[in-house]
Design a protein around this ligand. Structure first.
Ligand SMILES: [Zn+2]
Length: 339
């Protein structure tokens, strides 16, 4: 089944579009090139359950207030479920807790990451970042950006609640008379919750499955030797048993049908990228040298950090497959070479 987009009218700011019975699509602004996030408000009987919260900025808070005092004002907000720790998703969890006095439902891994990074300060993280990016092969010009860039995460989220209602793989959450099953994705973030409702034939996929962009799979300084691509590819298999015509609600772009087509595209995209990466490692090279071969377009100083993370993710996956060997050179830089 090819990918189709059943809805073409985008809800703006403080409005919602019903995409399945009791499932409402809300779209909020983001201050990035990717300028929006989709959030979901589910009819939960005598109230609403919100899935993901938006980034911490005043217009997003105003849109929520507008929505819950206007079109959706007849019932209270009862609970929030957050898919993962990225700031556009968990950003307003702390604010929701205060504003509406509701509990946060989240996986332990994602909540732990959010709390941890919220407490990060430039003083304690910068030496670690410097070592990490030096090891990846950044030159002096790029190394100079690291302290300038500082840490952006803490300002983009409100302090996440001090406790959560933990959700786990396979758990059924009853929302408005329907069971929603938790399916955990990995690779994009450590313990990303997706929600599948068999009754409504709807999958809230978060960032795990997006229709047109490939979810960012990166090595980050918090787990410098990880292999998130193996995790991502393995976790895509957890969605294969879902129906062909399930309506997928992603965090970016439009709701779509054609899940299985998209799953194979995502796996195939990485195969190609892995082959390109492998070809660049005929002689020993740093991750930054590989980045320059993979990304031929000009990258700005924000994009370069995503690009190095992605390059490293492909390199680490090839090492895990036994196709590349990695060694730390005398100059503190890791190099990768074909076996
Ligand atoms: Zn994300």
């Amino acid at each position: 089944m090819e990918i189709t987009y059943p809805f073409d009218s985008i809800p703006d700011g403080g409005h919602a579009v019903e995409v399945a019975p009791g499932v409402h699509w809300v779209r909020m602004p983001l201050p990035f090139k990717l300028n929006h996030i989709n959030l979901w408000v589910l009819d939960d009987g005598d109230g609403w359950t919100v899935v993901d919260t938006g980034i911490n900025q005043s217009d997003v808070r105003q849109y929520w207030q507008q929505l819950f005092s206007g079109a959706m004002g007849a019932k209270p907000v009862k609970r929030m479920i957050v898919t993962h720790f990225h700031p556009d998703h968990v950003g307003l969890a702390g604010w929701f807790e205060e504003e509406y006095d509701i509990a946060l439902w989240m996986t332990l891994g994602e909540w732990g990451m959010a709390r941890n990074l919220k407490l990060e300060t430039p003083e304690n993280i910068l030496p670690h970042l410097a070592r990490f990016y030096k090891r990846a092969g950044f030159d002096e010009k790029l190394m100079a950006i690291i302290p300038e860039r500082g840490v952006s995460y803490p300002s983009r989220i409100t302090m996440p609640p001090i406790g959560i209602r933990r959700i786990v793989e396979g758990e059924l959450i009853e929302i408005g008379g329907h069971d929603w099953q938790v399916i955990i994705g990995t690779g994009h973030s450590p313990e990303h919750a997706c929600l599948y409702c068999e009754d409504l034939n709807v999958l809230i996929s978060g960032d795990q499955i997006l229709p047109r962009i490939s979810p960012n799979i990166s090595i980050w300084p918090q787990e410098p030797n990880g292999d998130p691509l193996s995790q991502f590819l393995a976790s895509l298999k957890r969605f294969e048993h879902l129906p062909q015509d399930v309506l997928v609600l992603p965090s970016h772009d439009y709701p779509f049908k054609g899940l299985h087509h998209r799953l194979s595209e995502l796996a195939h995209h990485h195969d190609e990228r892995l082959d390109e990466t492998f070809a660049l490692c005929e002689k020993p090279v740093s991750a930054y040298e590989v980045l320059k071969g993979l990304f031929t377009r000009e990258l700005d100083s924000h994009q370069i950090f995503f690009a190095i993370g992605e390059s490293l993710a492909h390199l680490h996956h090839l090492v895990a497959q036994g196709r590349l060997r990695r060694y730390d050179d005398m100059d503190g830089v890791s190099r990768f070479v074909q076996v």
